[in-house]
Write a protein that binds this ligand. Structure first.
Ligand SMILES: O=C(O)[C@H]1O[C@H](OP(=O)(O)OP(=O)(O)OC[C@H]2O[C@@H](n3ccc(=O)[nH]c3=O)[C@H](O)[C@@H]2O)[C@H](O)[C@@H](O)[C@@H]1O
Length: 438
């Protein structure tokens, strides 16, 4: 006979099962609430990150925030006002864009040294090693030149700078430079050289008083021009690179703002500027580095076997040209965003007037570095380069006595001296290297 089911056993089993169910559902709840918590934290982090990266759409300008945080609220504005004031009778108040750049840092220092007020603006982008830009910034800081960290396309920042200080002049040197890089990152040229320039002009035309503007164009605007030496009267409507096209576009945009708003505008066509504190993306700079490190270098030649040549221009000559252009620029004539009378519009070549083949540049470096280069002669790639440049500078000489005085050997000697002081000598060369006579 089957025994009757044990009731107490089945009740216990039921209790046990319900306990297990409760435990499982609590575990599930814990697991899902943990998941929700984690997801919330992640979303919050993403929101903070996005806000930080986009900061600010309005209000305080990007980058300046960091300076404010590090130096106390209002400190950077005070710095701009104080260091931007001229220290000499009749001195200028100059906003130098691209002040942490090669030409910008040299010009800022020269202006400051002669008693003009200078405020720098730079976005410290990473087109080349930003630590070099930081080192230039530190050097300028010692001379009481303050660089605001921000972008040309940041309208609130530009407006704020003009609110803080009525600049008499802008020396506009911020740009996306480099001829060959335009094939890799075309948009950066549009953003800096066109959109950024227009933004600056928009703010300048509404400023009261309007500043006079001197800005960096480029020898590359001559493009496929074959007349020699290059004169401001020659054609510049055949650019060979997007870089050149954006600089040429800048010249046309300058014409428009001069014509409509009465802005005084001077374009300076720089010819392959080199020297201490230079740009690591330029041939003389990376040739030096590669020769010292035993790496081979590409020396370009034209398809008919000739070497390419450049009118290499030493930085000190360029600085004199920039200051000369600033000193002779007339006031803008607009007010309240309207032109009141015709204003000055100028274009000048700033070159050295004596082109040198790239092979000769390499020989000079070999002798200065006491090291043989591993040269690799190749046909110039079709990436925007032109076979030669050669400046006629008679206009700049006529109007502000521009006269280059530094030949390539002298200038490169100064560059190499700086380079070795800044970067030091690679270990492998320390024994054999003879110091440069001063
Ligand atoms: O004059 C100018 O307007 C321009 O000068 C330079 O452009 P570039 O003259 O091409 O200067 P580098 O890039 O330093 O080249 C110098 C020479 O070395 C040649 N090169 C360059 C690179 C290389 O690997 N090998 C080589 O032989 C180039 O063809 C050129 O003839 C600057 O990079 C531009 O920003 C500036 O606007």
């Amino acid at each position: 006979m089957a025994s009757p089911p044990d009731k107490s056993k089945s009740i216990k089993l039921e209790r046990y099962n319900s306990y297990i169910r409760r435990v499982n559902s609590t575990k599930l709840l814990n697991a899902s609430s943990k998941l929700v918590l984690r997801a919330t934290v992640l979303v919050a982090l993403i929101v903070v990150l996005v806000l930080t990266l986009n900061y600010p759409k309005t209000g305080e300008p990007h980058g300046v925030q960091r300076q404010m945080l590090s130096s106390g609220f209002g400190a950077w504005e005070k710095q701009v006002r104080e260091w931007g004031r001229a220290r000499r009778e009749g001195g200028m108040r100059v906003l130098v864009t691209g002040a942490a750049g090669f030409v910008g840092s040299h010009c800022s220092l020269a202006l400051k040294k002669r008693g003009d007020g200078v405020v720098g603006l730079d976005n410290f982008n990473n087109y080349y090693d930003p630590s070099l830009k930081r080192a230039r910034q530190a050097m300028l800081w010692k001379h009481q030149v303050f660089i605001v960290e921000g972008d040309l396309n940041d309208t609130p920042l530009l407006e704020k700078l003009f609110d803080l200080l009525p600049f008499t002049h802008i020396l506009h040197l911020a740009a996306q430079a480099g001829v060959r890089y335009a094939m890799h990152n075309p948009q950066s040229y549009i953003s800096a050289n066109i959109a950024g320039f227009v933004n600056l002009l928009e703010v300048a035309k509404s400023a009261n008083p309007q500043p006079a503007i001197v800005w960096a164009s480029s020898s590359s605007v001559y493009g496929l021009n074959t007349h020699n030496p290059f004169s401001e009267l020659h054609r510049t409507d055949q650019p060979a690179s997007l870089y050149a096209a954006t600089k040429k576009a800048g010249e046309e945009i300058a014409h428009t703002y001069n014509h409509i708003y009465g802005l005084s505008l001077t374009a300076l066509r720089f010819f392959t500027v080199y020297g201490p504190w230079g740009r690591p993306d330029m041939a003389y700079f990376f040739f030096t580095k590669d020769i010292l490190h035993g790496k081979s270098i590409d020396v370009y030649q034209t398809p008919d076997g000739n070497q390419v040549a450049r009118d290499f221009t030493y930085i000190d000559d360029i600085v004199k040209g920039c200051l000369g252009a600033l000193d002779t620029s007339l006031k803008s004539t607009g007010s309240g965003g309207k032109k009141l009378s015709p204003a000055q519009l100028r274009v000048y070549n700033l070159g050295n007037t004596s082109p040198v083949p790239v092979g000769t540049l390499v020989s000079i470096l070999e002798s200065l570095l006491s090291t043989k280069a591993k040269k690799h002669f190749i046909n110039m790639p079709s990436n925007g380069d032109v076979p030669y440049t050669h400046a006629n500078v008679s206009l700049a000489f006529r109007d502000f006595s521009y006269k280059p005085t530094t030949d390539l050997s002298t200038g490169l000697r100064k560059f190499v001296k700086w380079y070795l002081g800044y970067y030091g000598l690679p270990q492998r060369l320390k024994k054999q290297f003879r110091p440069l006579p001063s």
